[in-house]
Design a protein around this ligand. Structure first.
Ligand code: ADP
Ligand code: 5GP
Length: 204
């Protein structure tokens, strides 16, 4: 890690915060089906709000600013770090991604539930602040199938796909920090399993 990055990390919030809404976190190696499953969750559980992350990554075809992500420049992102705007942030596959602290706090304090689609590094930071977060890791059936899905999706170059596959191995090694794991082999089955997990918290 470079020195400026180390200094910026010091600005990440550490303290625990109490909240009334439920905080769900979904993580998965890129291509495992997280976006697809998040959309299914939001359709099925109409009271759960989605946390739209900020990123310096360029939009993929079809992605919309303010819907899929807030697409911002690196300068804006780094300013956000210095100003303490991110509840968590991480550099994933060479791009910055972050969750707005203000948005997250407002949703939770208003009593609404929220769903975060963030990586493993981000999850570790969030569970320090919100130990009650309901964390779910989506596993691909195999690395071969993950590779195939990324290629079939057709949104990333070979080089980007290689990087994502390498990162996938590291993320899978850290899946033990999550409270739940769901294997996304058959989409319908994974969806039902996820719904069951969430339902159990919605009714508790
Ligand atoms: P992520 O958000 O984790 O990167 P996506 O939701 O974009 O992943 O899914 C990656 C690709 O795999 C998409 O083209 C999606 O339609 C497809 N996909 C998702 N789940 C399944 C599944 N169970 N079986 C086959 N293809 C899937
Ligand atoms: P993608 O570029 O495929 O949309 O996302 C790449 C990775 O970044 C995924 O693992 C996704 O979960 C993660 N990600 C998206 N938003 C955030 C965020 O706000 N914070 C963190 N830490 N990771 C994020």
């Amino acid at each position: 890690m470079t020195d400026p990055e180390a200094r910026l990390i010091e600005n990440q919030p550490e303290s625990k915060r109490s909240s009334s809404g439920r905080l769900y976190i979904l993580s998965a190696p890129s291509g495992a089906g997280k976006t697809t499953l998040c959309q299914e969750i939001l359709k099925h559980f109409s009271t759960i709000r989605y946390s739209i992350s900020h990123t310096t990554r360029l939009p993929r075809p079809g992605e919309k600013d303010g819907v899929d992500y807030f697409f911002i420049t690196e300068e804006e992102f780094v300013n956000g770090i210095q100003e303490g705007s991110w509840a968590e942030w991480a550099k994933v596959h060479d791009n910055y991604y972050g969750t707005s602290s203000r948005f997250l706090d407002n949703i939770l304090l208003s009593g609404s539930d929220i769903l975060l689609d963030i990586d493993v590094q981000g999850t570790m930071k969030i569970i320090k602040q919100y130990p009650d977060a309901i964390t779910i890791f989506i596993m691909p059936p195999s690395l071969e199938k993950l590779n195939q899905r990324l290629r079939d999706r057709g949104t990333d170059s070979d080089e980007v796909i290689e990087k994502r596959l390498q990162n996938a191995k590291e993320e899978i090694e850290r899946k033990g920090i999550y409270k739940h794991t769901v294997v996304n082999d058959q989409l319908e089955k994974a969806k039902q399993e996820l719904f069951q997990i969430i339902h159990q918290y919605q009714t508790s």
